[in-house]
Every structure is written in C-alpha cells, then in structure tokens.
Design a protein around this ligand. Structure first.
Ligand code: SAH
Ligand code: SF4
Length: 360
C-alpha cells in the first residue's frame, strides 16, 4: 500500500489543516474540495486555479486515485454495469451502476469481503479481508459519477438532475455497520454542500442487523435510509441463514429497528431474499407480518440470486406471489424486486469470486 495519504480519506477539516500546515491560505481547501467532489477531477492538471507549485506538492505527497477499474460487465439490456476495482494494496471490490429512467444509482462496497458469513451470499463465503477506508468508499461513487458524465455529458445523468449519481446504496460487498466510522465519514463527504452535495435522504445503508450499530446510527442526526436484511422471521431459521442472528436475535434486532423508526420517523426497508422451500412458505409470510406489525416499514422480496456452488434456488413465481399476498392481506407494504443484472452476476461478491477463481 502506498503510504502517501489518500486525499479522499481526509475530511474537509483535515484537508484544510493539511494545506494550512503547508502555508497555504484557507480558501485553498475550498478550491481543492470543489475539484475533488464538485468537478470530480481525476488529474492534478485539471485543477487550473491551484498554483503549479501546490499541485506539484500535492502530486508528490498525496494520492488522488483510490482505485482503478480491472473489469467491467454490462447487462444485456444495458441498464446495469458492474465494475471490479483494484485498490492500492491490490485487493479488489465490486460496485454496480444502475440506470433507471429518471436516476442513476450506485451500489457500493464498504469492506473487502465480509465477516458475517451469510449462507446464500457470495461475499460472505470468502470471509473478511479488511475494511475499506472512507476514501475507498467515496472513490467508488466518484468513479461511477465520472462514467455517467462521460456517457451522458449534456443531460447531467440523463435525468436533468444535479447529480450524475443521484442515489447511493451501501449494498455491495461488506457490512457497513461493521465499518462504522469510515462509512459515516464517506456519507458525510458525499453529502457536504461544498462538494458533491448529495442529500442524506439519497443514501440507503443496508445492514445484516448489527444491533449496536443500528442504535448508534439512530443517534446521528443523519436522515439516511436504513434497510435491514431479515430473510427469516424466526430465530431457528435465521440462525442458520444469517449466523450473526445468534448474537443479535430477532427480538433484540426488532426492538432496535423499532427504536430507530421512533427516533428518526423514517420508514425502514426489510429485505427478504426468497429461497425456494427454505423461507418462502405462506406460514413464514404470516410470521413475518406478525414481526413487523405496526412498524413503519416496506418489505422488499427478492428472489434469491443463485451463487455458484450453492444448491439453493430462487422461489418460483407462484410462491413469490403467494408470499406477497399474505403480507399485503396483513397491510404490510410489499414490493417484489427482481435483482438487477442477474446475467452479469451483479449479486454481491460474485464477480470478485469469479476473478479470484480464474487467478488461481
Ligand atoms: N451486509 C449488508 C449489505 C450488503 S449485502 C447486508 O447484508 O444487508 C446487500 C443485500 O444483498 C443484503 O440484503 C443481502 O442479504 C443480499 N444478498 C446477498 N446475497 C444474496 C443473494 N445471493 N441473493 C439475493 N440477495 C442477496
Ligand atoms: Fe455480509 Fe451482507 Fe453478505 Fe451477509 S449478506 S455475508 S452481511 S455482505
């Protein structure tokens, strides 16, 4: 790993302290911050209002580029693009760009691998390698935003929106609440009005259910969206599918989620991957409806995205429909989401695992 500090890793205050320490006037931090996050500059030569001497020193003593693209796959319909990035220490992560008619969404990673070991998840099968730094999380968004700008220069994201990437979902590789500080710093950097200026409501953080992290997040005055990956409504099954349930069982998890909603007044998403014959019976839907009764929530049913090496299959259409019908009859707002980009293995961790297999 290069030991020069990564500029994206610095908060605004830290960037200002660095430049003031070099004898620069304070407004230089504002100029540089704008280059990084409003103009999305990826080369020193672009920063034309910075003195040449300062640019040289920045180039010599800091690092601008957190990651480089190693592979890219586009779905057949062109709406989903998946990128494999190499980090400065050679580790790899994935990000996905999703194009909808009115917006562009980046699905980004927060860790290299993941230590949570969920049985159906390609990332979980490889274990945790390391946390990403704040700058490595931010860098995925700025990279994808540049790609959108290049592909759709005039319309700015093709949508008339101010941001080439208008939504950020922390649903790539890793468990964001297991890398709490870097994840929060990355959100703050991207939300900073002096730079990328993406409102906190444009972020969705998906967690496997780390209770202390949910409780801590509830106390931040940050109106981001929370998604909880439930996948089972009884402890016996959830212990198997999502092993961290043994540490934070459903009663504790749901109490924390209810407190989160009470404090933030924000609707939570409940993610539920439907696995054929495992968690998709009507009785299990009743159980889920009971678990979320009275909770301000929205259930997303996602037919499992099969990963290589697993026997599990996505629930067939009829079982998905029956499951949804039970929830809707219980007045639980429910959407069935087809995973984007199944044909490019855009499920979490799949491209990276394939690359690793072909490297060895
Ligand atoms: N660690 C966090 C965020 C990353 S995983 C979490 O677990 O929430 C993002 C989402 O993808 C989670 O809801 C996870 O349960 C889901 N997921 C992982 N593997 C999947 C698969 N094979 N099919 C469908 N969803 C999957
Ligand atoms: Fe980690 Fe989320 Fe995958 Fe579980 S589903 S192993 S928490 S990335």
């Amino acid at each position: 790993m290069a030991d020069r500090p990564l500029l994206y890793d610095l908060s605004y205050g830290q960037l200002q302290a660095l430049l003031v320490g070099w004898g620069e006037p304070r407004f230089r931090a504002d100029q540089l911050w704008r280059w990084l996050y409003a103009s999305l500059a990826d080369g020193w030569e672009q920063m034309v209002n910075l003195p040449a001497g300062l640019r040289q020193r920045l180039a010599a003593e800091t690092e601008l580029t957190p990651l480089t693209s190693m592979a890219c796959q586009e779905s057949a319909n062109g709406q989903t693009r998946k990128l494999l990035f190499r980090l400065r220490d050679g580790e790899t992560i994935e990000s996905v760009l999703m194009r909808y008619t009115d917006r562009r969404t980046a699905c980004i990673s927060t860790q290299v691998g993941c230590g949570m070991g969920c049985l159906f998840c390609a990332t979980g099968q490889g274990g945790l390698v390391r946390n990403l730094s704040a700058g490595e999380i931010v860098g995925q968004v700025t990279y994808l935003a540049r790609q959108v700008q290049e592909a759709e220069p005039r319309q700015r994201g093709g949508t008339g929106q101010a941001h080439p990437i208008g939504n950020v979902v922390l649903m790539g590789m890793g468990e964001p609440l297991a890398n709490y500080a870097a994840t929060l710093q990355a959100i703050e950097t991207l939300a900073d009005p002096r730079g990328y200026n993406l409102g906190a409501r444009r972020f969705t953080l998906s967690t496997v259910g780390l209770v202390p992290g949910i409780r801590r997040l509830a106390k931040e005055a940050l109106p981001i969206n929370l998604a909880v990956s439930l996948h089972a409504a009884d402890d016996g099954l959830r212990d198997r599918l999502v092993p961290i349930n043994r540490r934070y069982p459903l009663a504790e998890l749901m109490a924390a989620v209810r407190d989160y909603v009470d404090r933030t007044k924000r609707r939570v998403s409940i993610e539920y991957a439907l696995v054929d014959g495992i968690n998709d019976a009507p009785e299990q839907a009743y159980e889920l409806a009971r678990l979320v009764e009275g909770l301000l929530c929205h259930v997303n049913l996602i037919p499992l995205n099969p990963t290589c090496g697993s026997q599990w299959r996505p629930s067939p259409r009829e079982r998905v429909d029956a499951f949804r019908t039970v929830l809707e009859a219980a007045s639980v707002p429910t959407t069935v989401r087809m995973r984007r980009g199944i044909d490019i293995e855009a499920g979490c961790g799949q491209l990276r695992r394939r690359q690793a297999a072909s490297d060895s």
